[in-house]
Design a protein around this ligand. Structure first.
Ligand code: AKG
Length: 280
């Protein structure tokens, strides 16, 4: 990870590396090839339009997960263990949330499922979506690699300050790879009070708030409001709605007050590594 951080901080090095990788591994598909008839994901716009919107704003809203896949992910979430605070020692079933909070002696803010691609066939098929791969290739400019899935609950509760920070409910940016893209799908309805995701449009191009090499910055709402004002946007959606985001931009989750949120995320990058894997 140290190497990725160093390259991200050094635009010339990052550009050169991306060029080298693109020569060795050119985008396999790119552009608007035929859409697979069984693709679980569809988009409102062409791959080229999606790419240029992410390049400009850092985010594209307009993906949809088909109803069957949505129902299967939901069913899986009810029948498998999720893990409080992403801790493999703290499993529980969604239906037993209250008992789990008692058992682990805290209001659980976040719980993730592990090994989702292996354990849930429909998540595997979403991770293999030809459309997602084409968007990733087009945006990253290389034959992209699947880095991992993340299916997680964000619960309506009153969390500790430490959990708010740890679980990314303060503005921050990710440094997962030289260049990377995340696809998010709302598995439950996401409203302003049930887990809205916030982004600062266009901030993936901005270097002013980047911090020293090895710090993991969390940036206050006040600072973001003062510097970016009208570029802050809440991303909401109905179950099945999805968006693509370069989370090198400033973004954050929010703590729900009226309903729990279940989100599925699939990430693609350029380097082959396991830092974003949910395999435990
Ligand atoms: O929960 C969210 O909406 C954002 C999560 C996030 O920013 C992260 O995991 O890095």
């Amino acid at each position: 990870m140290g190497f990725i951080r160093l390259a991200k901080k050094t635009p010339i090095l990052r550009k050169a590396l991306l060029k080298l990788i693109a020569i060795n591994r050119p985008a396999a598909t790119g552009g608007d090839a035929e859409t697979q008839s069984v693709d679980p994901v569809t988009a409102r716009d062409s791959v080229d339009a999606i790419r240029s919107e992410i390049e400009k704003d850092g985010i594209y809203i307009g993906l949809t997960l088909d109803c069957e896949s949505l129902a299967e992910v939901k069913a899986y979430s009810e029948n498998a263990d999720c893990f409080a605070d992403r801790d493999p020692e703290r499993p529980f079933r969604y239906a037993s949330y209250d008992d789990a909070c008692k058992k682990y002696n805290k209001p659980i803010l976040v719980a993730q499922y592990f090994n989702a691609v292996r354990a849930c066939p429909v998540i595997r098929s979403i991770s293999e979506s030809a459309l997602l791969k084409r968007i990733a290739d087009a945006y990253l400019g290389v034959d992209s690699v699947f880095l991992g899935s993340n299916l997680w609950w964000t619960f309506a509760c009153t969390p500790s300050d430490e959990d708010v920070k740890r679980h990314a409910h303060l503005f921050h940016y990710d440094i997962d790879d030289l260049k990377f893209i995340k696809f998010f799908f709302c598995i439950t309805n996401v409203t302003l009070t049930s887990g809205a995701h916030f982004v600062v449009k266009g901030s993936h191009h901005d270097r002013a708030f980047r911090r020293p090499l090895f710090s993991s910055p969390r940036i206050s709402d006040e600072w973001v409001e003062e510097h970016f004002g009208n570029k802050v946007m809440a991303v909401l959606g109905n179950a099945g709605d999805g968006f693509a985001e370069d989370t090198y931009m400033l973004h954050k989750g929010s703590t729900p007050t009226t309903g729990n949120r279940l989100m599925l995320q699939l990430e693609f990058g350029v380097l082959r590594h396991k830092h974003q894997s949910d395999v435990r």
